[in-house]
Write a protein that binds this ligand. Structure first.
Ligand code: FPP
Length: 264
């Protein structure tokens, strides 16, 4: 693969360096329907797109990638499709083992573990343990994940700490709240990509996305290629990230700057 963009060029500029990429993979079903194929074929091709994404993310030196594989709302899909998706995930976890170890890819899953089928839970736990020491790239897979549920769980845990007088309510800060989330061990995503032309976060990493850059790609997930990733990364690097502050050029302007120069 020819590399036109390299994340490592920006390693010293933390605002331009994608340390954590999150992806909402959307459009498997529509990809299949457009071709007169059953929906499962779209999901199957979606797995190939995940492989391509990981390979490309490795080339671009992105250390952490989170993908939204199954949302808490996805349980509302027909039972057959849900069963098929979990079989596909299990097959991926089993068949990808050697490849992941060889390429130094760590796998971890986030989301509720109590509702996913036992045969998937087992495969996940084994793979998580086996790849724990891999350090080239960390692939985080959201399975039965919903951001609102994660936030409510964090509230429960903090309330318990207050009731048991471990902390005072005033001690609850944004930092402590972040630390109470199930994703606490990972920095917030710098860039979130969503495919299939939809412009929503759909309950994915809502708290963590406060300052993420969003990128929407019209292609369906099975068609998403390394070049699409490259385009998204180049777009990311052309943006000015302000994190709520003023842009550098505005900081030195006189006091008569108008409200429109205030960053958001
Ligand atoms: C969206 O397509 C995608 C999903 C429901 C997630 C499933 C993802 C895969 C099977 C990719 C493989 C993932 C891993 C971790 C190996 P959709 O069915 O919502 O598409 P539609 O909106 O067109 O119906």
């Amino acid at each position: 693969m020819q590399i036109l963009y390299d994340n490592k060029d920006f390693i010293k500029d933390s605002k331009k360096f994608v340390k954590h990429l999150a992806v909402i993979m959307d459009g498997n079903g529509r990809w299949a329907e457009q071709r007169g194929l059953p929906r499962w074929k779209g999901h199957e091709m979606g797995v190939h797109a995940v492989r391509r994404l990981i390979e490309a993310a490795g080339h671009f030196r992105i250390p952490v990638v989170s993908v939204f594989a199954f949302s808490s709302e996805n349980w509302k899909r027909p039972e057959r499709e849900v069963r098929l998706l979990f079989s596909l995930f299990r097959r991926y976890f089993l068949s990808e083992r050697k490849n992941l170890l060889r390429n130094g890819i760590r796998i971890s899953v986030f989301g509720r573990r109590d509702r996913i089928p036992e045969f998937v839970r087992e495969a996940v736990t084994t793979l998580e343990n086996e790849t724990r020491k891999c350090s080239r790239l960390h692939l985080r897979i959201a399975l039965d994940y919903g951001s609102r549920h994660e936030i409510v769980e964090a509230v429960h845990s903090l309330v318990r700490d207050v009731v048991s007088r471990k902390i005072m309510p005033e001690q609850i800060t944004e930092e402590l709240f972040s630390e109470s989330l199930s994703t606490a061990d990972i920095a917030d995503p710098d860039l979130i990509i969503r495919t299939a032309g939809e412009h929503r976060l759909s309950n994915f990493l809502l708290w963590q996305a406060a300052y993420s850059e969003l990128y929407f790609c019209p292609k369906f997930w099975p068609d998403f290629s390394e070049f699409d990733l490259e385009k998204a990364l180049a777009d990311f690097q052309s943006r000015t990230r302000r994190f709520g502050a003023l842009v550098a050029s505005n900081i030195y302007q006189s006091d008569n700057r108008d409200a429109s120069s205030e960053a958001v």
